[in-house]
Design a protein around this ligand. Structure first.
Ligand code: PLP
Length: 368
């Protein structure tokens, strides 16, 4: 590949010196789980998220599961989820025994359509889980209004949008409780698996803290049957370094996305990313849509340009969800996105020149 979809090595090498120092500091401390590196990162990420509390956990899926457990969501309950999302959002609901109730996205923004939520609320509904997909804040203001009106919890899946805003308020701060992933490819990426939960609710915070550590506050005394889902000292120390450069890296992503946005207008039948009113994107993913998606992807591959499809099969059509008995046509917007979407190369540190090469190659494809 001349132009890779993502260059994680380059992203992390930009902070190599600081990351090596953080590594050495953890190594030399002799303390590797639940120590002051984690405490420091939790404080730092709570401040970044404008929330009172942050709890580091093992990964993003666990962050969602532990959040649902803290809200006491269980078998018999329903949680409203987007039909267009990464399957982890749905899996978390399933893992606590509840049922994911899909709601279609708005075709323009690809995020859950607030106008379609109310018709899916039943007596069993306990929570709404907006996902800030591709780096764009969902319409969290409207979603919060609906949740308040119906007495529902909001749990943001903020795995893809650390730093995005809705009405000037940062993602990961809107819900009663919010889950984040620091999987290496996310905007705030660790050098392994990691995740976090943010909230302003002291009760929920205390509950999650106990659940993530075997149900124990005091070593060897267990109040509940918890799990082991701790963010380790090493990843926490590395994440503190990465958090310091997150805003700068998000700005680079936005600048690159703006070049794509300008230059790809009116090219072929491309649909470019659209932002909802008062929502921003930190472009975790820059995705375009075209009816000739597979052809375009092959053409770019032949020309040495890497792309990815996020995601080729929506959750309701995955074998894993055969039990819900959905069929093709049940969520046509999510299905059309899955058929048409293509994510173009975009990462902090990517050269403008490379963005222009991608653009020229796409133009050549459409203009013969
Ligand atoms: C990455 C991701 C997750 C899960 O995060 P992991 O850290 O991989 O467990 C959840 N939801 C969405 C939308 C994601 O993109």
């Amino acid at each position: 590949m001349k132009i890779t979809y993502l260059d994680l090595k380059m992203i992390n090498h930009a902070s190599k010196h600081e990351l090596m120092e953080a590594f050495e500091s953890v190594l030399d401390s002799g303390w590797y789980i639940l120590g002051n590196k984690l405490e420091q990162f939790e404080k730092q990420y709570a401040a970044y998220s404008n929330t009172n509390y942050c709890i580091g956990v093992a990964n993003g899926l666990d962050a969602l599961i532990l959040s649902l457990k803290a809200l006491d969501i269980k078998a018999g309950d329903e949680v409203i989820v987007p039909s267009n999302t990464y399957i982890a959002s749905w899996l978390a609901v399933s893992y606590v025994g509840a049922t994911p109730i899909p709601v279609e996205p708005n075709w323009e923004t690809c995020n859950i359509d607030p106008l379609l939520i109310e018709s899916k609320i039943t007596e069993r509904t306990k929570a709404i889980m907006p996902v800030n997909l591709y780096g764009q804040a969902a319409q969290l203001d409207l979603i919060t209004e609906i949740a308040n009106k119906h007495n529902l919890f909001v749990l943001e899946d903020n795995a893809q949008a650390q730093g995005a805003l809705c009405k000037g308020k940062i993602t990961g701060s809107w819900g009663h409780i919010n889950a984040s992933s620091f999987y290496p490819g996310k905007n705030l990426g660790a050098l392994g698996d990691a995740g976090a939960i943010t909230s302003n609710d002291e009760n929920l915070n205390n509950k999650v803290r106990i659940i993530r550590n075997y149900g124990s506050q005091k070593k060897y005394f267990n109040e509940i049957k918890g799990v082991n889902s701790r963010l380790d000292e090493l990843q926490a120390a590395l994440l503190s370094v990465k958090l310091n450069v997150l805003d700068a890296q998000n700005s680079q992503r936005i600048a690159l996305a703006e070049i794509y946005n300008q230059q790809l207008q009116n090219v072929g039948d491309l649909t470019l990313p659209t932002l909802a009113d008062s929502c921003t994107s930190v472009y975790h993913i820059y995705q375009v849509r075209t009816s000739r998606r597979n052809e375009l992807q092959n053409y770019l591959t032949e020309n040495g340009i890497g792309t990815i499809i996020h995601y080729p099969v929506p959750p309701h059509l995955q074998e894993a969800y055969a039990e819900l008995a959905y069929k093709k046509g049940d969520f046509p917007i999510a299905e059309k996105i899955a058929e048409q979407t293509l994510s173009l190369p975009l990462y902090p540190g990517m050269q403008n020149e490379d963005v222009f090469t991608v653009i020229e190659t796409i133009k050549k494809f459409f203009n013969g």
